[in-house]
Design a binder for this molecule. Structure first.
Ligand code: PBG
Ligand code: ZN
Length: 324
């Protein structure tokens, strides 16, 4: 059976056929909206490098979360941006800190919304690194204590899922133990397991004011060419007790995602990061491509490659277009 007996175009002729035969479907249930929270009140500040993304104070954040729930989204991922930054990132685990207050407010206003928190120090340190710096580099083990304390403080505030994004060794085991000792054995860990040292985080660092003040993150985030090492990172995090694993960024690492899908029987998340989002918007603003179609094509490809969960700044807009 070959040409002309086989004609692949027969099944592409109508939207009805295409609808029936579609192998992958993007759903609102797949999407998580990342949100930036700042101090103050009444704040809804546009992020210049990320069209359609805002920084909210806790009060306006609640309004936004209600809209996300209204759009049918199941979850948010919170990033706190404190007023005060110091060498150890003391704001990260402060009772009454910006993220802790945000979690409390969201869980009381939207009890059915799954609240995830990014656990890292870079938004809270004055040097902008993801851990405690000693002798010019991020010191692994002293950072673990800070991360555990941060994760426990998020759990205490009511977080459903904590998502460590620092790439220190041993953080998942340390956080799991800390949560369990603290009585938070039901709080899940979504590990940023395969997180690459990527140029695509640029717009996020503007939004979160977390650009390293010296050096870069290559001594802890992964080297982009390495896929086998990414699988090893993921396996280690699973052994340490991660409930779900993340690959980040998404589009440049779909091969890693697809291999992870074959390898592991746990939920897989992919983070469609700030640069991936902003480059589509930038090209659309120039009139060079159809932004909505390009965004949905990107997200469906992430799902096709194996993601169960997609973290994307386009979550709200896409959910509103998808409908029920
Ligand atoms: C913090 C963190 C980053 C992102 C998520 N958590 C930035 C970084 O590692 O520099 C990136 C998210 C994005 O670009 O959208 N560790
Ligand atoms: Zn960080």
């Amino acid at each position: 059976m070959s040409f002309p007996t086989t004609r692949m175009r027969r099944l592409r002729r109508s939207e009805a056929l295409r609808r029936m035969l579609r192998e992958t479907r993007l759903s609102r249930d797949d999407l998580v909206a990342p949100l930036f929270v700042v101090e103050g009140s009444g704040v809804r500040e546009a992020v210049a490098s990320m069209p359609g993304v805002f920084r909210f104070s806790v009060d306006t954040l609640v309004g936004e979360a209600k809209e996300l729930v209204g759009a049918g989204l199941p979850a948010v991922l919170l990033f706190g941006i404190p007023m005060h930054k110091d060498a150890t990132g003391s704001g990260a685990d402060a009772a009454g800190g910006v993220i802790q207050r945000a979690v409390e407010a969201l869980k009381s206003a939207c009890p059915d919304l799954c609240v995830m928190t990014d656990v890292c120090l870079c938004e809270y340190t004055d040097h902008g690194h993801c851990g405690v710096v000693e002798h010019g580099d991020v010191a692994n083990d002293p950072t673990l204590e800070r991360l555990v304390s941060t994760a426990v403080s998020h759990a205490r505030a009511g977080a459903d899922v904590v998502a460590p994004s620092d790439m220190m060794d041993g953080r998942v085991a340390a956080i799991r133990a800390g949560l369990d000792v603290g009585g938070f054995e039901d709080v899940a860990i979504l590990s940023y397991a395969a997180k690459f040292a990527s140029a695509y985080y640029g717009p996020f660092r503007d939004a979160a004011e977390s650009t390293p003040q010296f050096g870069d993150r290559r001594s802890y985030q992964m080297d982009p060419p390495n896929a086998r090492e990414a699988l090893r990172e993921m396996r280690l995090d699973l052994e340490e007790g991660a409930d779900a694993l993340m690959v980040k960024p998404a589009l440049p690492y779909l091969d890693v995602l697809a291999r992870a899908k074959q390898e592991f029987d746990v939920p897989l998340a992919a983070y469609h990061v700030s640069g991936e989002y902003s480059m589509i918007h930038a090209a659309a603003q120039q009139g060079w491509l159809d932004g909505e179609r390009a965004m949905e094509e990107a997200l469906v490809s992430i799902k096709r490659a194996g993601a169960d969960i997609i973290l994307t700044y386009a979550a709200k807009a896409v959910a509103q277009r998808l409908g029920s």
